[in-house]
Design a protein around this ligand. Structure first.
Ligand code: SAH
Length: 355
């Protein structure tokens, strides 16, 4: 069977065997056929618009101890910082002024930001900016998720990291894989546009488990899928592990697009940090349709060092938006004007209605 036939079969009937085949990259010309097919599926299902989301990283305090992450609580080298809520609102206003329609509020699992603090924050951001609000603040109870939704949060990101339960539980001590998946199901039940994702190239991760990750995105009806390479952090137990591969990351992006079709898939920051700007452009031609510029100012930016060099740029430079516009034009694409709700959920008329 040639690559073209296999891709058609995979598109029609996603299956582990074909996923592993393309993840392995062993077929001559297989990558080219895969990337080209993914780009066509992207165009057919989400069009040529590139969605922009501004990220604000508001706290690097974390109660968890994940072996891969620079924010793990055992990392005593990191100076922890927490933005005061008033400052978070200022940053969201800045995002709106820069032309973003949606903001992602991300943090470690910081007990200071309890139910009341998040509800309060979401209410203020919605009232003052009208932006679509995405939260990425970790595992909470269904009750808390519901309170965030009622307060006006639109979307929630919680990556399942890997579908390999044993690997997940060995890398995230104290966390349960089942609970993680339960959180994703709860978020979907409540009505959030729900994001998940994985790290590509975790030590001990198999291609079979990555195939299962992609099938899981589909089975959970995940709306947003963030897949970036694992990047070892020197102050973690995985300091000496090999980083994830750039090409394998593109294959995951492409296959996630082919299997899930109309989801939002970012060209991740981890890819851009590891490879440079070409990583972003490549991902956008291989299935991705979202870019998430990090607008966190210093000193909070350098405190949020999940992996090395993440906080390296001094400040967000609005010239990046111009550059993204140029990149988009070079790729025959354009920057979206709407908030980028997944259309299947919003109903056809709503999809392009700004928030
Ligand atoms: N507490 C929030 C935010 C976590 S940080 C939450 O649970 O969602 C966001 C993501 O960074 C994680 O989900 C993980 O996929 C990624 N990440 C952490 N350490 C990393 C590393 N060393 N290399 C690449 N990505 C990493």
């Amino acid at each position: 069977m040639d690559a073209g036939e296999r891709l058609l079969r995979l598109h029609r009937e996603p299956n582990r065997g074909d996923l592993v085949h393309f993840l392995s990259g062993t077929e001559a010309g297989g990558d080219e056929a895969l990337f080209d097919f993914a780009d066509r599926v992207r165009r057919e299902h989400v069009g040529d618009a590139i969605q922009l989301r501004a990220i604000v990283e508001f706290s690097s305090f974390c109660r968890n101890d994940c072996l891969y992450c620079g924010l793990r609580r055992s990392n005593r080298d990191l100076q922890r910082l927490r933005m005061p809520p008033g400052e978070i609102v200022v940053q969201c206003r800045r995002a709106a002024a820069l032309g973003f329609r949606t903001v992602v509020l991300q943090s470690g699992e910081d007990p200071f930001f309890n139910r009341e603090a998040i509800v309060d924050l979401v209410g203020r951001v919605k009232a003052e900016t009208g932006l679509a609000v995405t939260l990425a603040v970790g595992e909470k109870s269904e009750d808390e998720y519901r309170a965030f939704f009622t307060a006006g949060a639109d979307r929630y990101l919680l990556k399942h990291e890997t579908s390999d339960r044993g690997l997940y539980e060995s890398l995230d001590p104290g966390l349960s894989h089942e609970r993680r998946i339960d959180c994703l199901r709860a978020l979907k039940r409540i009505g959030f546009q729900t994001g998940s994702g994985i790290m590509v190239g975790l030590p001990g991760q198999t291609l079979e488990s990555i195939a299962d990750d992609i099938l899981l995105f589909r089975d959970l009806d995940i709306d947003m899928i963030g897949c970036g390479p694992f990047i070892p952090h020197p102050a973690t137990p995985l300091a000496d592990a090999a980083p994830g591969s750039e090409n394998l990351t593109y294959r995951v992006v492409a296959l996630a697009r082919i299997v899930t079709r109309d989801t939002h898939i970012p060209a991740t920051t981890a890819l851009a940090v590891m490879v440079g700007d070409s990583g972003r452009a490549n991902a956008l031609c291989r299935g991705a349709n979202v870019v998430m510029p990090n607008i966190t100012p210093q000193p909070w930016r350098q405190a949020y060092e999940i992996y090395p060099n993440k906080g390296r740029t001094e400040v967000f430079d609005p010239a990046l938006l111009e550059q993204l516009r140029r990149t988009a034009a070079e790729l025959g694409r354009f920057i979206a004007e709407d908030a980028g709700q997944r259309s299947k959920r919003a109903g056809s008329g709503d999809a392009r209605r700004p928030y």
